[in-house]
Design a protein around this ligand. Structure first.
Ligand code: NAD
Length: 246
């Protein structure tokens, strides 16, 4: 088991990549804090699934863009499990809206969740990690941070580029006790992409060398790599997991 008795907080883990990471971490021996925003039923179902695997888990509701809620979540998790060893900044949102129809409210919400939320969770969880022996932070950026797949997600792309710089700044600030790395997934088969048109999906699939979107479980394996001792000499790095893409 690669995460035996480690305590892992995974934001937005009631579905998609976060859920896959929560289940994989539990199989590797971690105690998991399943953070959710609105999907209470799904979050508690994952807690039950983790208990069946033989590990421990709790679900905590928190909007990661709200500082007071993040402080409460981190304090609550620390009280229950005695600390946090691993933080996966997974929660994220995207609004696909034509560039000239994008409004300020959407722009702000995207940046608040994807970038400010990441900062707040990293800040408060790392304070707890530093009180103990240290820890690991894994951020979920996107290949959208590096390439444009559609200008309809302009604020999402900017937020994910911000996640890369945030990864590097936190890696420098928190070294050597805490390692901070990011995954940049390409297309992943999750609910986030359920409203994309069939034509767009087919067109994008053609451009992927492996000719398919990733499964959330395949991204979870890359997250596990950074969370485990296998990545003991890596910090401030960005791992692209996109099946190869032009
Ligand atoms: P998803 O929509 O299935 O999951 C996102 C999760 O974040 C949901 O559980 C949602 O409730 C949660 N969330 C949203 N706002 C929140 C908030 N304010 N506070 C707490 N939780 C909140 O999408 P996914 O594909 O599993 O995405 C996970 C991460 O991976 C996201 O950061 C996303 O940007 C990134 N990503 C996804 C893809 C893809 O193609 N699906 C590609 C690259 C990167």
């Amino acid at each position: 088991m690669r995460l035996k008795n480690k305590i892992a907080l995974i934001t937005g883990s009631s579905r998609g990549i976060g859920k896959a990471a929560a289940l994989l971490f539990a199989k590797e021996g971690a105690k998991v804090i399943v953070n959710y925003f609105s999907s209470e039923k799904e979050a508690f179902a994952i807690v039950d699934e983790i208990k069946k695997i033989g590990s421990e888990a709790i679900a905590i509701k928190c909007d990661i863009s709200k500082e007071n809620e993040v402080i409460e979540m981190v304090n609550h998790a620390t009280e229950i499990f005695g600390g946090i060893d691993i933080l996966v900044n997974n929660a994220g949102i995207v609004y696909d809206v034509p560039l000239f129809e994008r409004n300020v409210e959407q722009w702000r919400r995207t940046l608040d969740v994807n970038l400010l939320g990441n900062f707040l969770c990293s800040k408060y969880a790392s304070e707890q990690m530093l009180k103990k022996t240290g820890g690991k932070i894994i951020n979920i950026s996107s290949t959208n941070a590096i390439n444009s797949f559609s200008p309809d997600a302009i604020d999402y792309d900017a937020s994910k580029a911000g996640v890369i710089t945030l990864t590097k700044d936190f890696a420098k600030e928190l070294a050597p006790k805490i390692q901070v790395n990011a995954i940049a997934p390409g297309w992943v088969d999750t609910d986030m992409n359920k409203d994309l048109s069939k034509e767009f999906v087919e067109d994008e699939t053609r451009k992927i060398y492996l000719k398919r979107f990733a499964l959330p479980e395949e991204i979870a394996k890359a997250i596990l790599f950074f969370a485990s001792d296998d990545a003991s000499y890596i910090t401030g790095s960005i791992l692209v997991v996109d099946g190869g893409h032009d």
